[in-house]
Design a protein around this ligand. Structure first.
Ligand SMILES: [Zn+2]
Ligand SMILES: [Zn+2]
Length: 391
């Protein structure tokens, strides 16, 4: 690549990124603020049955939900099993890394517990009845979502100073409510929990050990992800088109002959095949590698350039070295939590007939990490700090 090529490539890449970001950002601004939707009745529909723990008495009157689990109690049934597992893993990770007990509770409505006023005193009473957080640090966090009240609260332990209320408000407004307004509760809870963890620790779940650069990109991708899938299309389409354009430009650009300096000419696909050997022709046929043949019109110098298809299912053959090796996997015995499993890999080269099989051990299915064995809270208390939001 010459310096000129590099400059053009850089310019194209910068334009494409700028265009993609501008489109995504502009569209994001357009949809970011929607008016409040009219609230649904604060009564749960009849026949609502999600598994519930025994209720606890509320010192202020009525009752409080009990808990079956210290991480997620989805009594309003807003989360599917996969989301519940992801959120639980994030909260276990938070506890394992920081000792902070954070818990998510969804309920159909406050009236199910004989509570008809604002959500705040209910959340404080619940926080203290459960004893969320370390009893000395009072660093617990409760996320309470009341579906049919269209109301939520993040209640935080008394160890957080009052400046944390505004930070929790930001998390509610930007993390939870945008999806809640579309009745996308699962998406809202997943985003909101991640944002809460980020606000508290400065790290998104699973990035506690990442460097600044990785964290920065993680943040950018999360912001883009929050724009919604169709907006991703607006960002991704010009990126993909630009990538294709750039690759095509670099591949097709005229190049001087290394012998005499005359500009060489690229030969067509049929002409290519005359100059490729059997293995190379098979690679082109299997689409694992693409070849361009360039010929000098002046001195007959010829270059064969090789472009690997990174998405091809064919690997390199250890015998003939062409990318004509297929691999198939067969599970002979599935792994369980108590025993390892076994799978067989079969390699076949379409070019030279090389054949091999290999047995591999599948590791035991791991049980969740240490934090998951916790079965009760640490005895923390709240004096009413946190933030609330309606949608
Ligand atoms: Zn030449
Ligand atoms: Zn081979």
């Amino acid at each position: 690549m010459t310096g000129h090529d590099l400059r053009i490539a850089g310019l194209i890449a910068a334009l494409v990124v700028a265009l993609g970001l501008a489109l995504g950002y502009g569209a994001g601004l357009l949809v970011a603020r929607r008016g409040d939707l009219p609230g649904a009745p604060a009564q749960s529909p009849a026949g609502f049955t999600a598994p519930q723990a025994e209720t606890l008495p509320n010192p202020a009157g009525g009752s409080l939900p009990g808990y079956l689990d210290v991480y997620v109690n989805d009594y309003a049934d807003l989360l599917d099993a996969g989301a519940e597992t992801r959120i639980r893993d994030d909260l276990i990770g938070l506890y394992d890394r920081t000792g902070i007990e954070m818990t998510v509770l969804t309920i159909p409505s406050l009236s199910d517990y004989g509570h008809y006023g604002p959500i705040e005193p209910f959340a404080t009473a619940l926080f203290n009845a459960w004893g969320i957080g370390n009893a000395a640090r009072n660093d617990g966090v409760l996320v309470l979502v009341s579906r049919y009240d269209r109301n939520m609260r993040i209640e935080i332990g008394s160890g957080y100073d009052p400046s944390w209320d505004a930070r929790m408000q930001r998390v509610i407004d930007d993390g939870f409510l945008p999806d809640f307004r579309d009745d996308a509760y699962q998406a809202g809870i997943e985003t909101g929990v991640d944002e809460t963890i980020y606000e508290i620790t400065g790290h998104y779940p699973g990035t506690y050990d990442a460097g600044t650069f990785a964290q920065g990109w993680g943040w950018i991708f999360r912001q883009l992800g929050a724009l919604g899938n169709w907006l991703w299309g607006l960002v991704a389409a010009p990126l993909a088109a630009g990538g294709f354009w750039l690759r095509r430009y670099l591949r097709r650009r005229p190049r001087p002959c290394p012998e005499c300096g005359t500009l060489m000419q690229r030969m067509g696909e049929e002409a290519d095949d005359e100059h490729l050997d059997g293995g190379q022709t098979l690679e082109e046929f299997l689409k694992s590698v693409d070849y361009d043949v360039w010929a000098c019109p002046n001195c007959a110098h010829m270059d064969i350039l090789r472009y690997r298809n990174w998405f091809s299912g064919y690997g390199a053959c250890p015998k003939c070295n062409y990318h004509t090796l297929s691999t198939t996997t067969e599970v002979l015995r599935a792994a369980t939590t108590s025993s390892t499993g076994q799978r067989r890999l079969t390699y076949d080269c379409k070019h030279c007939g090389y054949h091999d099989t290999e047995l591999r051990t599948i590791p035991k299915v791991s049980k969740s990490s240490s934090g998951s064995s916790r079965s009760s809270f640490g005895g923390g208390s709240s004096s009413g700090g946190g933030a609330s939001g309606r949608w």
